[in-house]
Ligand binder design. Structure first.
Ligand code: DGJ
Length: 730
């Protein structure tokens, strides 16, 4: 049983195959957190309950002097009673006050996992996969109820948590803060890890020791953002890739989020994640409910790799959905860096023809095919083809491309509106804005107000119309700016701070409807590259354009960081031209190929302009990737040498049946007179033999893991090599 309730000790024990999570109802009916970590066998951890701290300046709970909530680790702390640390929930009542006192009021255990209404979430394929625990908390004075939902993914070793507030009181309440998860640790000897960066520099790994007080990451940008990813981990001091305790928190949400850790007066760490309370409130009328997004908690005793394997597997199999979840992804070519806006059906078909000859499977027409869009100043919202560029329209072009043996894919940016567009002329009030204030543009565009139903309906209708009238197998769904002057004409003053979250709910409805309506289309999300690479988007679209930075060396850090949480099948990785368009660097076609083979492989350059030698290299890359893509996309990935720590970078993938191994190595800068240490592999079977395909050499798993692969003599900067190994049986 995944959820055990001990009636005597009033203890909940959530068990996955390798982990335990334990909480308990105290005599005062407050809910305390007791343990999260490696699986243990007891249901009684009462000895861990914190005792009264004499002379501590803490407030006595219930005035009885035996319990002071602020010293006790809590499951879901409120604010203003006797715990004065960072709350998980804060509500303002009609009298203006915001103290609450939530206490246990029952629970329910059942099989299965109901979806979260209107929100993306992990799922089960049948009810027997999962036990769910709902714990009910009640603020008796105001009759406000909370449901804490815990879903136990036994096999995946993950627990998800979400929270629902039900207003059963006689008044409207104002939710100021409602986080999805709170975990109070009994210690603080951790490092705080997050994935941070900027446009074209996303998800760099940051690791710093926890310190006294509050540390946090957040997005206030109306999207999960390039700057921060909705994920944090606490790694026990000394924990590394393969050893030590790591606790991960990830949020299935694409909007403003907060993830914080407060180290309190007693050196205990409180970790939280959820919707960002900044510029947020939610008016909950009588008998209404509010559902938070889902948080996904992963404990690994096997270091960061163990945590990543859990997230990668869970998100690939129980978050991503649809026909492409388990299907190898096509090798694509995208015309963006090849032509930018400067294309017509003739040069597009030339690129497609060459692509088809080289073995590419999907051609993607990027930005610039619609309205009057010849640069980025106009036409977002006008989703009809520009016949001057594409004579005969998309139906004809897509058919012609299909006839070349390629699937056809199309770019959209449906959430946006250009002030220079027919749509803006008709509906100048459809954008997010505050009357009287400047409508600040970014890339000369404004954001459509998806908190309004009619705006969402327009997007569903116009995008569907294009998809219905051409042979489209793939959609790239882009989003190229963050929010400013946030306000909605559709909402009354007291609900204006709901706009950003209502936008996400509107977006999720659009994505649900469109992806359901077009189940055969492969959707890839994008936000100026990886500005919305988050679990929320992955629920609707099983892959994401990882970054607008296509430089192979820059990509090492970006892809390394992304792999902490996200499966390689979700990462779009393309070979682009040199000198690279973002950083002007030259790297060899081999190095670019090896780096792009870390995920969903593709090309983003004008292949008609390449030398025969380069075309031959590409042909070979494509042939090879087709052979290994199942391993790369769906296998287990191991980070071997980190670009954040060394000049040498390496990673490997092992196929699920453990028969094929792909190992990649890059030396960023050439070094003189240096002996390269062999590259030790990991995750192999000690007793198995493996053949290195190119050389025919046969080595044991024990040798490969304890001695390693010998690095060949690589010349020059940015040199790379790749080994394919297959299990050898006589
Ligand atoms: C940003 C994307 O990340 C690029 O790949 C490209 O699609 C441009 N937008 C087009 O405007």
């Amino acid at each position: 049983m995944a959820v055990v309730y001990d009636n005597v000790t009033k203890t909940f024990h959530l068990k996955t195959q390798e982990t335990s999570y334990i909480a308990k109802v105290l005599e005062s009916n407050h809910l305390t957190h007791l343990y999260w970590g490696k699986k243990i066998n007891t249901n009684n951890l009462d000895y861990l309950i914190e005792k009264n701290l004499w002379g501590s300046f803490l407030t006595d709970t219930d005035n009885i002097g035996t319990i002071q909530l602020e010293a006790v680790r809590q499951e879901y702390p409120g604010y203003g009673s006797t715990d004065l640390r960072s709350p998980a929930i804060e509500i303002q009542f009609e009298d203006g006050t915001s103290a609450t006192d939530f206490r246990y009021n029952g629970h329910k255990i059942y099989k299965g996992k109901p979806p979260l209404k209107g929100l993306p979430s992990t799922y089960v394929e049948n009810d027997d996969e999962m036990e769910t625990l709902e714990i009910y908390l009640l603020d008796e004075l105001k009759n406000v109820r909370i449901i804490l939902t815990y879903n136990v993914f036994e096999e995946f070793n993950a627990i998800t948590k979400a929270v629902k507030i039900i207003n059963e009181s006689e008044e409207n309440i104002n939710i100021l803060r409602v986080l999805s998860s709170n975990v109070d640790f009994k210690e603080d000897d951790f490092d705080f890890i997050h994935l941070s960066g900027a446009w074209a520099r996303e998800r760099h790994i940051i690791r710093t020791p926890l310190r006294f007080g509050m540390q946090s990451i957040e997005s206030r940008r109306g999207a999960s953002s390039h700057a921060q990813n909705p994920f944090i981990a606490l790694a026990r001091k000394g924990a590394s890739e393969n050893y030590g305790d790591v606790y991960g928190f990830s949020l299935v949400y694409s909007g403003n989020f907060l993830a914080d850790v407060e180290v309190d007066m007693y050196s205990k760490a409180r970790a939280q994640i959820g919707i960002n309370p900044f510029d947020f409130n939610w008016l909950l009328e009588k008998n209404e409910e509010f559902q938070t997004p889902e948080s996904v908690l992963v404990y690994s005793p096997n270091g960061l790799t163990g945590m990543s394997h859990t997230y990668n597997n869970l998100y690939r199999k129980r978050l991503c959905r649809g026909k492409y979840r388990d299907k190898v992804r096509p090798i694509l070519i995208n015309n963006w860096e090849a032509t930018y806006f400067d294309f017509n059906e003739t040069n597009i078909k030339e690129i497609a023809k060459e692509a088809s000859d080289l073995g590419i499977e999907l051609f993607v027409l990027d930005d610039g095919w619609f309205g009057k869009r010849d640069d980025d100043t106009t036409s977002l919202g006008d989703w009809f083809v520009n016949e001057e560029k594409i004579k005969g329209g998309l139906g004809k072009l897509s058919k012609e491309i299909n006839e070349m043996g390629l699937q056809f894919g199309l770019w959209f940016e449906p959430e946006m509106i250009s002030p220079k567009s027919e749509l803006y002329e008709k509906h100048p009030d459809w954008c997010i804005h505050i009357p009287g204030r400047n409508r600040s543009t970014a890339r000369e565009q404004l954001i459509l107000d998806l908190s309004r139903k009619e705006v969402c309906d327009y997007i569903i209708e116009t995008v569907s119309n294009v998809l219905e009238n051409a042979s489209i197998s793939y959609v790239k769904w882009d989003m190229n700016r963050n929010m400013s002057e946030i306000g909605s004409l559709g909402l009354p003053p007291e609900r204006q701070r709901e706009t950003a979250h209502r936008y996400m709910l509107g977006l999720y409805r659009i994505l649900e409807e469109i992806t359901t309506k077009f189940p055969d289309i492969l959707f890839e999300s994008c936000s100026g590259g990886g500005g919305r690479f988050d679990p929320g988007m992955l629920y609707y679209m099983p892959q994401t354009w990882t970054s607008d930075d296509t430089d192979a060396i820059e990509r090492l850090k970006i892809q390394f960081g992304t792999s902490f949480v996200y499966p390689s099948a979700s990462m779009g990785c393309h070979v682009s031209a040199v000198p690279n368009h973002q950083v002007n660097r030259n790297t060899s076609i081999d190095t670019r190929g090896i780096v792009a083979m870390a995920g969903n492989f593709g090309y983003e350059l004008d292949i008609t302009k390449l030398t025969q030698e380069e075309k031959d290299a590409i042909k070979n890359q494509i042939k090879l990737y087709k052979e290994i893509r199942e391993t790369v996309q769906f296998g287990d990935n191991f980070r071997l040498l980190s670009p954040f720590e060394s000049n040498e970078v390496a990673w490997m993938s092992i196929s699920k049946d453990k028969s094929e191994i792909v190992v990649n190595y890059i030396k960023q800068y050439a070094e003189a007179n240096k002996w390269n240490k062999p590259l030790r592999l990991t995750g192999l079977e000690e007793d198995a033999k493996y053949e290195i395909i190119d050389s025919g050499m046969i080595l044991g798993g024990d040798e490969l893991m304890n001695i390693g692969l010998v690095i060949p003599d690589l010349k020059g900067d940015y040199a790379a090599t790749q080994w394919i190994l297959r299990k050898y049986t006589l």
